[in-house]
Design a protein around this ligand. Structure first.
Ligand SMILES: C[S@@+](CC[C@H](N)C(=O)[O-])C[C@H]1O[C@@H](n2cnc3c(N)ncnc32)[C@H](O)[C@@H]1O
Length: 416
């Protein structure tokens, strides 16, 4: 094993980063050669030996040089809109504990804190990164006009212009955020409540990791979530790096990963049943089921879908939503049965094909999954039957789903 391979291995072991993927790999090798000479070491091998010593300061220096910190405020507005919906509808605790992992120079953390402030939500945000020099910039909260270019008009008052042309994040927002060094390879931090995080945002870092390390990291993040907590990864990372502990949930135009097996807040008291009620209308039952489904009351939703199907066994829509709800509870097998039935009844239900593909992947059947991803791409032009929030969320989510389905079936073609 030559010195450069040893360096790459050591780096991967300590940070998860695959130097081959980062833009900075070549630059790093130059830096290593320069540091070897500066420190008067005989060879790069000797430098790698020094790096590998426990607690070596040199390793922190190299990590600071090798990590890519590109980011800006409100980098992904659709995703932040999803976070806004979580604040409004699904995260009920007060105050909310939020962990922004791999925050670089702090922009993600401040974007979320601005959103919380405008939604009137009290939040404690812990923002972490492995790179100490990024964290120094983060704590200052001073940004160039370029970094602020995507901030929506309604949040501009949260930035104070300075004579040097930069902008300072207002104190009311800065007070909501704390910065700390943390390596994602280590055990996750915990909020003071000791209960786990209500929301973890970790964007655009897994893409630099080796695949297995990324999967292990998602698992650690999932375990750090509170009951009914959500994990939000970068748009392209969400479905690449799943975990058996998480369910994909469309929320707004994007999706979030909800921790499975988590008790939900008690449903609102049911309206009194009308006296001598007639057999409930199928559409009305389905609407009620979907309402439960959208707020994550999956057990209730499953019961209501079963009632719909008892009255109308050929309702493809109910079979599809039943399958999606099964998938979200972690029951990929029941999901696949219901979704296959839905597609048998109506072959162009692209969300059914998408969740069926996800279920097949969980069941260890990648070839069947690919066929379903293809079906998603082919049938995406078809409008979904029915109305309601569930359907409009899925429609809004469609471009992202189709893109992912396309990537996955293309990747499979290359692999063959
Ligand atoms: C491209 S930035 C992402 C910034 C921001 N989250 C965004 O999406 O715009 C990637 C960040 O991941 C950090 N990082 C890389 N490896 C890490 C690790 N093992 N633990 C914690 N942070 C890490 C880097 O220092 C860098 O700040």
């Amino acid at each position: 094993v030559n010195a450069s391979e040893r360096l790459e291995r050591l780096f991967a072991e300590r940070t998860g980063i695959d130097l081959g993927r980062g833009l900075k790999g070549a630059h790093l090798h130059q830096l290593v050669a320069a540091r070897t000479a500066q420190l008067g070491l005989a060879s790069v091998d000797a430098y790698v030996d020094a790096l590998a010593k426990p607690g070596a300061q040199e390793l922190a220096r190299l990590i600071d040089a090798a990590t890519v910190g590109l980011t800006w405020l409100f980098r992904d507005p659709d995703q932040l809109a999803t976070v806004g919906l979580l604040f409004r509808d699904l995260l009920v605790r007060r105050p909310l504990d939020i962990w922004v992992a791999a925050c670089s120079s702090g922009e993600d953390a401040y974007s979320v804190a601005m959103l919380a402030e405008s939604a009137g939500r009290e939040v404690n945000v812990l923002a972490t990164d492995i790179n100490s020099s990024f964290l120094g910039q983060a704590a200052e909260g001073l940004y160039s006009a370029w970094t602020c270019r995507s901030v929506p008009p309604e949040h501009l008052t949260r930035l104070l212009p300075r004579p040097d042309g930069r902008f300072q994040v207002r104190e009311s927002v800065r007070n909501r955020v704390q910065f700390r060094r943390h390596n994602l390879m280590d055990a996750p931090p915990l909020p003071a409540s000791g209960r786990g995080w209500d929301l973890v945002l970790c964007r655009n870092v897994l893409i630099y990791f080796y695949a297995q390390t990324a999967a292990d990291t998602v698992d650690r993040l999932a375990r750090a979530l509170a009951p009914s907590g959500f994990l939000v990864l970068g748009a392209n990372e969400m479905l690449k790096f799943g975990s058996g502990l998480l369910a994909v949930e469309p929320i707004g135009a994007r999706h979030a990963l909800r921790r499975l097996d988590t008790p939900r807040p008690a449903p609102p008291a049911p309206r009194p049943a009308p006296v001598a009620a007639a057999e409930p209308d199928v559409q009305e039952l389905l609407t009620r089921a979907n309402q439960r489904h959208t707020v994550g009351q999956l057990a209730e939703a499953l019961k209501l879908y079963a009632q719909v199907l008892a009255i109308d066994p050929l309702c493809a829509e109910a079979r599809m939503f039943l399958g999606i709800a099964h998938y979200k509870t972690g029951d990929a097998l029941s999901a696949s049965v219901a979704l296959r039935a839905a597609l048998f009844l109506e072959q162009d239900l692209w969300p059914a094909a998408f969740y069926l593909a996800l279920s097949y992947e969980q069941l260890g059947n990648p070839n069947q999954a690919i066929l379903e991803y293809r079906r998603v791409v082919q049938s995406a032009a078809h409008a979904l039957p029915g109305r309601g929030e569930m359907v409009s969320q899925l429609e809004a989510w469609k471009p992202e789903v189709v893109q992912l389905a396309r990537e996955r079936s293309a990747r499979a073609r290359v692999a063959r």
